[in-house]
Write a protein that binds this ligand. Sequence first.
Ligand code: LLP
Length: 398
Amino acid sequence: MGLQDIAAAVGTPCYVYDADLIRGAYATLDEAFEGYPHAIHYALKANSALAVVRLLHALGAHADANSLGEVDVATRCGFRPDQIIFTGVGKSAAEIDRAVSLGLLAINVESPGELDRIDQRAVAQGTVARVALRVNPDIDARSHPHISTGLKSNKFGVPIDEAPALFREMARRKGLRPVGAHVHIGSQITTLDPLTRAAEAVVALAHALRAEGIALQHLDMGGGLGISYDGGPVVNPADYVRALVTATRASGLQIAIEPGRVLVGPAGVLLTTVVDVKQFPGAKRFVVVDAGMTELMRPALYNAFHRIEPVVPRAGEPGPVDVVGPICESTDAYARDRLLAPVEVGDLLAVRDVGAYGAGMAHTYLRRPLSPEVMVERGEWRVIRRRQTLDELLSLEE
Ligand code: LLP
């Protein structure tokens, strides 16, 4: 069984995930807590393929959902409502209603207005909603600006100075029970310091609240741990967990984390076929592949780097090329001036580390149906989502 066989069977583009890498990544995080009370809420947004979510559930993960769709995917994949945290910067009335009626572990509150709306819906339903407050600690995650969330200038959460007053307000409300504090300062964070400082900030907040008689149950430290797309240094996941435990231990509070990328990112490759190679005198050499920003948005959105390798290398010296997709947008390029071994039309390329924010962010621009996803497990592979057909894509329309 090889990537070539999979591509031959299901066609390209296609995503291939390695279940054992996901298992290993989960175990590394889980074991690093060394028995300290914790829950690993898998951030479904990274990859919510049902088979991936079920795998994380089977491993003992809990869930972090960012929309009603993700809440429902989590429950369909076996998560109990009290294992699900619901975050989201703009929850609709329908989302609040359903989250309240399910009785989730925590709804992360993003604003005073939302606090009010959740309270009203809970009172109307004759229930009490467990809530956590998402605080914005004004800490620079030092990641790409498009995926940083912890600065005052970002739309997320409430300024941490306002948190004590809002916790008092939550404690007063009939429909709310404050159970936690939440912080998430960004994604693809590659240094430990901002993550540690954010953890220390919510621990200090919890201490202050306890002194006022508001006792929390958990501190939700968010997700954000980065992976090495290019071989450069990143934070060791076990060091990250140990730093969180060190910051939290004296409080005795349970730690929740919401990792996405670090669990599934390195487990995925995108297989794509070279459909054209062109070069004119004095100009770049373009390798055109059959996958593009429709299958992997990250290069176009964040200028993100993904390793690209021929599945069966040919002899010859690597040379600089632009690896570009077939979409009619100049940002539709996976790599620019990248050294790539010689390739010819028909060759299969693997784009690495697409397990997170690959298929999940795919779209159907140019009427390109969604590509299939394959899971490799113990030497066997199976299609976990088949290729969408054009008829299916058009089936919603008159
Ligand atoms: N928790 C919250 C509240 C989040 O907003 C996110 C990610 C996570 C957890 C999971 O973060 P992770 O551990 O995966 O870094 N599309 C971008 C990433 C956007 C992340 C959004 N929020 C990318 O492709 O890099």
